[in-house]
Design a protein around this ligand. Sequence first.
Ligand code: AMP
Ligand code: ZN
Length: 485
Amino acid sequence: MDIYLHNTYTNTDELFTPIQKGVVSMYNCGPTVYNYAHIGNMRSFVFADTLRRMFEWNGYTVKQIMNITDVGHLVGDGDAGEDKVEKMARAAGKTAAEVTLFYTDAFMKDLEALSINPAHITFPKATEHIPEQIAMIQDLEEKGFTYVISDGVYFDTAKFPDYGKLGHINLAGLEDGARIGENNEKRNLTDFALWKFSPRVPLGEDNIIEKRQQEWESPWGVGFPGWHIECSAMSIKYLGDEFDIHTGGIDHIPVHHNNEIAQAVCSGHRFTHYWMHNAFLNIRTGNEQVKMAKSGDNFIRVPTLTEQGFDPLAYRYLLLTSHYSSPMEFSFEALKGAETALKRLRRTLHDFDTELSASSADSPMRRATSDEHILAQYRQKFTEYINKDLDIPKALALIWEVLKDTQLCDADKKSLILSFDMVLGLNLHIHQEAEIPLEVQAMILERNTARENKDFALSDSLRTQIESLGFEVLDTSEGTKVEKR
Ligand code: AMP
Ligand code: ZN
């Protein structure tokens, strides 16, 4: 079945045509490892993972690259200011390598907690690809796209007529405000650093001249690569002159990704065919929704969720309820709701087993096969949804429709839904029965009897008592069930 993707470059939904039949090559802008990733960053990686799974569902092999930015990303995301890694290393009294290794390791654990298998992905590090980055800058220099000023080698964006086309950046608008005063040696406001010289002047809040820990010899002098060049150099190194998809968060559209295009195209590469961007995960502060950011005080990590008793996959479930291109507001109430839905789903699938084994051979639940035609229709619908620019919210809603379908037997519902989980990544086969204390078990039996006798006052009071012991009460067709909160 055809796959359509929303391409930020053309701002349209386009039919996906792979460069190589049956293979998808994809580059994801990865984390800057000077700090922990927050759950907003993880939205970007769950999006990339779901995209990967959608292609696999469709029979593709996916070649996935995600860079690890361990040098060159400056405070403020521009060409001025301190390197985020160097700053953190200085503050923590650690080496840059200690800092980046520590946060890379934490990042891998976050990926795994969200059902993203790091073993599927290649993670090139910027510091391990300095020669490739220097070679690309030399190439750009030979072709006349660069100039040198006192703090580094810059890309002259005026020489690339297509500059700013991604996201239709209003370059004229930029002239009036945004980046004025950043560096008056630059020829154009949108010009950006390809190589920065190690600073000779005081830097940082305390005005200390620090020798950089991470610096390299280059044809232009000792220094370090600009933040954007790593992505152009490494994507091309690992995926070739042209590749299928490049992803990142929408914050990367105006600068980072336009700069990646300029570097790659001007050094003679065809680069990526489809640009895809995820919207932000926001958080409410007062009356305002603000983007979750590493520099902000609204920093929630995957382990924060676990510490608060949540299954990290409840967060994945929550993310899947919104389309990747819609902004999403995070709240613990919403997470709680997602967790309840996830648990209910897992328990229902688990109970199908129990009920199947308990039921007699000729009961409708044990019908050997449901109508193959109905199953095929559901598979078709699921594929249609996910192939239409990854409409996962609709695919998720379809699962609940399947559960309600009286024409299907439980065994078929279960195997159908578990097959959908290949795309959703929610570990729906897992169901952990919480230890239910005897006291609560007795109350459940008493409540079932109360409900049979239509003694709703007693049934309500038992519900309150059970809840006060930390269990959620669920009324099902088989009577009262409880779930540990
Ligand atoms: P960084 O580690 O800052 O380089 O960001 C890693 C990825 O997370 C990038 O693709 C960003 O665009 C993305 N990102 C950053 N903040 C958010 C957010 N609040 N919601 C969604 N994606 C984000
Ligand atoms: Zn990037």
